[in-house]
Design a protein around this ligand. Structure first.
Ligand SMILES: Nc1ncnc2c1ncn2[C@@H]1O[C@H](COP(=O)(O)OP(=O)(O)OP(=O)(O)O)[C@@H](O)[C@H]1O
Ligand SMILES: [Mg+2]
Length: 399
């Protein structure tokens, strides 16, 4: 069928044509924003889930919700090697300037920009677009202690107070939070703790891999109480069908029930896969207004190939030979989670011997430890991919 009308949108952070099965999360954020608007307490939220379940698109949706209530919404994506104080200073600067456009910097925001200047000077950071030239001097004694958690807490509090004064609020989303260094994550937690206590309209929603709750707990023991952790999962069968049917319906196209069943079965309801299989099925369908089981049968190998060369492949591009050996050993044991000891013995080694490789895979975000002594892939259905593409049962294939 006409590919120009194809509604499906596989791809990291690509908004789906129908965002289904996430009403509870949307409601959580709606309530948090409303409560903070009324000067009441609301917990910050952390979304965790495997790759491709829809964390990033949810963060986007939350920002849209915030914007429609006239909140200033600012995204941050953490990356390995990111300089966190600098990233925070840049984020706060953008937020403050949007809270108070330059020609009309209200008193409180002016002071907050001064506090930001203190922070920038203390942490040897550039002053962005030159607040000093706007006549904004640092505010000594604020956000300049040299202790990141205290300074961040002071900064967040200023931002929250400036927002409240203007009758607005601030929503910051932090994606890929598993890449934050432990001390940076700890500082973020302490900063949020302080703003929360003062019930200022400053809300952070973070998202990351399933390792995040453990990382947050290690960084600060009270993180568990401070955050509302939400597990973002694959979609149930009805929602998975709706994710395919609703966008087609808008184009006047119907899915044969057997065609839908096959895709739900192949994808296990994982959102990224649903979009990919939906897209291929649409393109393969003869049409003009129906997608049949035979169209899907033609599309399945194409969708698998597309995932193998894209979604899955990018995950292993940065791995070393020994890391790949570890992944192959995991996959040879079937579906996860896997006992770390069993993975090691499959490789003919003991657990401490492969510990460094295991740790690297966790740091790179390819694996996580669901429980102590266990390991699993962060990418759904990755074990099938590893068996398919990394090393076949008889013939070792280099990727
Ligand atoms: N609720 C949903 N219904 C249908 N499709 C969805 C839904 N959520 C996400 N998708 C689709 O799934 C794909 C992945 O979404 P997204 O990039 O947000 O995942 P993610 O969890 O952030 O993945 P990663 O951990 O790799 O960053 C996108 O193509 C998106 O359109
Ligand atoms: Mg994402």
């Amino acid at each position: 069928m006409d590919p120009t009308r194809n509604p499906y949108s596989p791809g990291a952070g690509n908004p789906p044509p129908a965002l289904v099965g996430r009403d509870a999360e949307l409601e959580t954020i709606r309530i948090a924003i409303e409560r903070l608007r009324r000067g009441r307490f609301a917990k910050s939220v952390i979304l965790t889930g495997l790759r491709g379940v829809g964390k990033t698109v949810l963060l986007q949706e939350f920002r849209r919700m915030g914007q429609s209530r006239d909140w200033v919404c600012q995204p941050l994506e953490a990356g390995q090697g990111m300089r966190f104080p600098q990233a925070m200073a840049e984020l706060v600067r953008k937020v403050l300037l949007r809270l108070s456009p330059a020609q009309n910097v209200a008193d409180r925001a002016r002071r907050a920009l001064g506090v930001l200047r203190s922070f920038q000077m203390r942490w040897n950071l550039p002053d962005g677009a030159g607040e000093l030239s706007m006549g904004l001097d640092p505010v000594p004694g604020w956000a300049d202690s040299g202790l990141l958690d205290e300074d961040l807490a002071a900064l967040f509090t200023e931002v929250g107070a400036a927002a409240r004064e203007r009758g607005k609020g601030v929503l910051v989303t932090v994606d890929e939070v598993q890449y934050l260094k432990s001390k940076d994550l700890a500082a973020l937690i302490v900063g949020l703790h302080q703003v929360n206590q003062e019930q200022l309209p400053f809300l952070v929603v973070a998202a990351g891999l399933p390792s995040v709750p453990a990382l947050a707990g290690e960084a600060k023991s009270y993180a568990e109480r401070l955050f509302n952790f939400r597990w973002i999962n694959s979609l149930g069968a009805d929602d998975a069908r709706a994710a395919l049917v609703e966008p087609a319906d808008e184009e006047g196209v119907v899915w044969q029930p057997a065609a839908l069943d096959r895709i739900v079965d192949e994808t296990r309801g994982y959102p990224y896969f649903l979009q990919e299989f939906g897209k291929q099925a649409w393109d393969q369908a003869e049409g003009p207004a129906q997608i049949t089981a035979s169209d899907v049968a033609t599309a399945v190998p194409m969708a698998v190939d597309e995932l193998d060369t894209g979604f899955f492949r990018v995950r292993i591009d940065r791995t070393t030979d020994s890391e790949r050996d570890y992944l192959v050993a995991m996959a040879s044991l079937g579906a996860g989670p896997y006992a770390s000891g069993r993975v090691a013995s499959t490789m003919g080694k003991d657990t401490p011997g492969v510990g460094p490789v295991r740790d690297k895979l966790i740091k790179k975000g390819l694996c996580y430890a669901p429980r102590w002594g266990e390991i699993d892939f962060t990418v759904p259905l990755f074990n099938d991919f590893v068996r398919r593409c990394l090393r076949g049962p008889e013939s070792p294939v280099a990727v």
